[in-house]
Write a protein that binds this ligand. Structure first.
Ligand SMILES: [Zn+2]
Length: 239
């Protein structure tokens, strides 16, 4: 916070009144696992791109079709992961492999066998960070913070586990297992028949003219926060 204060006092004032667990991954209590709010927004936007400002029925139909497509792609991806005998999802495999390669650059000094602690130094790369990190396998913790944030062993934890004769792959959080990935997308969608075959609705829709009244002259100002999706749409309109 002091660094932010030094850089921008207004930003510091803005953030000072917001609970840290809402905007700092290191203080979120382990709930987000590396997923920021903006990541989640962009994920939804990527699925629903192009749906904005369409008629309501078109938005509903497009949302359904995009979600169906999203699930079909991931079920297929899960099948491929099973065939290739992956331990975890693609994301976890990529992260683990990257840190496993980096673990070869570390030098480990064991401290406590019962709590499985060690200090880990990086060697061979003078230009890169040569901090000494402290790993405690008994509490799944490394001072670099990556293990806590992502639930995947960082390079320091991987080499520490090996030094304590443990298989590091058994210490990755279970929610990255293929079975969990498949369970996430096991929901099924049913094809929607033509409107003529639907049951008659048990309710009536009433138009509320008050809500359609223009409150002021000119174009209404939107209160929506612009993001990457909105920027792309407005850029396209310029041509
Ligand atoms: Zn670490």
């Amino acid at each position: 916070m002091e660094a932010i204060k030094h850089k921008n006092i207004l930003a510091h004032r803005y953030l000072a009144v917001i609970e840290k667990e809402k905007w700092i991954l290191a203080h979120d209590g382990g709930w987000r696992r590396g997923v920021m709010t903006t990541n989640m927004s962009e994920c939804l936007n990527s699925v629903l791109k192009g749906a904005r400002r369409l008629p309501i029925s078109a938005i509903v139909h497009l949302t359904l079709m995009r979600c169906v497509q999203y699930f079909i792609e991931r079920v297929s991806r899960g099948g491929r992961m099973v065939q290739e005998n992956q331990l975890w999802s693609d994301y976890a495999c990529r992260m683990y492999d990257k840190w496993a390669r980096k673990s070869n650059e570390h030098r480990v000094a064991k401290y406590d066998v019962r709590e499985q602690t060690a200090s880990v130094a990086t060697v061979g790369r003078p230009s890169r960070g040569q901090h000494i990190q402290v790993v405690k396998l008994s509490t799944s913790d490394c001072s670099c913070g990556k293990w806590t944030i992502f639930g995947i062993l960082c390079s320091h934890a991987i080499c520490t586990a090996k030094w304590h004769s443990l298989d590091p792959t058994t210490l990755v959080q279970a929610w990255y297992n293929i079975s969990e990935y498949l369970a996430t997308y096991e929901g099924r969608f049913q094809p929607l028949a033509d409107e003529r075959y639907w049951d008659p609705p048990t309710f009536e829709l009433h138009h509320n003219p008050v809500r359609r009244e223009r409150r002021r002259v000119g174009r209404d100002r939107t209160t929506r926060l612009r993001n990457e999706m909105g920027t792309t749409v407005s850029r396209q309109r310029q041509y």
